[in-house]
Design a protein around this ligand. Structure first.
Ligand code: GLN
Length: 298
């Protein structure tokens, strides 16, 4: 324990490395540096170039708190309250899932689809959490309108705060409510979602950093991990324009089940795409151009 606080950056990093190592955090040196650079907003290369720079008291307090939380097993993003996603820096806390690199690919799939059209149109992100998907689409896309929903009040509040902090030129309208219900009778060109898709049993075997800290409601989708995916495939068609896109993140282990559900629900050209790790991760399909009224009963 350091009391008084360490005088220099190198002292602070040394202290943190020891704490993290004793706490069983893998790669303690790297972790210490990562925590330091997020807390101080200084690039690791710059921090290392000035090892004998003094450590201001407030910075030390913040750093120490983050190191203590990491030692308790809390993921780095929660320990520092921040995560990066595509071009964005987002606020996160334990009421929202930490944005994953595979979800960056889901955003890319939507951007690619919209860029191939003459008009990007409108998009709804279902179960937005930190707002990572919707806010990235606002930052990088050219959509006329972006709506994002979440059933968690805390999530809507964090996502709204993230939007305010990012000062984007395009707004996202956040709405509280279950799955598609906040969309009311509105119709969109794209519906995108990273819904919960882990089974109740798989959840018990997840990495403790995920299982013990991230919101269960954002991960588990019933006994079979497919409840939300199935709901979306059955009901999203009535909220999409003819030819509109549905883009869902899925679990590679259930890619075939998801594809089968999409075919059964009457989607046009459903197919699976792989994530950056080579795993089947996205289900993409189009709303049929002609559809009999009452398709929501599919
Ligand atoms: N890919 C996430 C995980 O492994 C699951 C995300 C989700 O259920 N949407 O923790």
């Amino acid at each position: 324990m350091h009391d008084p606080p360490p005088a220099t950056v190198v002292d602070a990093l040394g202290w943190a490395t020891e704490q993290l190592d004793a706490g069983g955090v893998p790669g303690p040196r790297r972790e210490a540096l990562d925590l330091w650079s997020v807390v101080t907003a200084v690039d690791p290369v710059v921090a290392l170039a000035r090892p004998s720079a003094p450590v201001p008291q407030a910075q030390w307090q913040h750093f120490k708190a983050a190191v203590d939380r990491r030692v308790e097993g809390e993921p780095l993003a929660y320990a520092v309250g921040r995560a990066s996603f595509r071009t964005l820096e987002l606020k996160v806390n334990r009421s929202v899932l930490i944005p994953r690199p595979e979800t960056e690919g889901l955003v890319q799939a939507v951007l690619d689809w919209s860029q191939a059209r003459s008009r990007a149109g409108t998009v709804a992100d279902i179960g937005t959490g930190s707002g990572c998907i919707a806010l990235s689409l606002a930052a990088e896309g050219a959509f006329d309108r972006i709506i994002a929903t979440d059933v968690s009040e805390e999530a809507v509040s964090i996502a709204t705060r993230n939007m305010a902090l990012l000062r984007l030129t395009r707004n996202v309208e956040f709405r509280l409510g279950d799955l598609l219900s906040p969309l009311r009778l509105e119709v969109f060109d794209v519906i995108v979602s990273n819904p919960p898709y882990v089974t109740a049993e798989e959840f018990t075997r997840l990495d403790p950093a995920v299982r013990d800290f991230e919101p269960r409601a954002a991960l588990v989708s019933g006994q079979k991990g497919m409840w939300h995916t199935s709901q979306l495939l059955q009901r999203a068609g009535s909220h999409l324009t003819p030819g509109g896109l549905i883009a869902l993140e899925i679990d590679a282990r259930r890619a075939r089940d998801a594809l089968h559900l999409a075919v059964q629900a009457g989607w046009d050209s459903p197919h699976i795409e792989r994530d950056v790790f080579g795993r089947d991760r996205y289900l993409l399909a189009r709303n049929p151009l002609t559809r009999t009224p009452g398709r929501s009963a599919r």
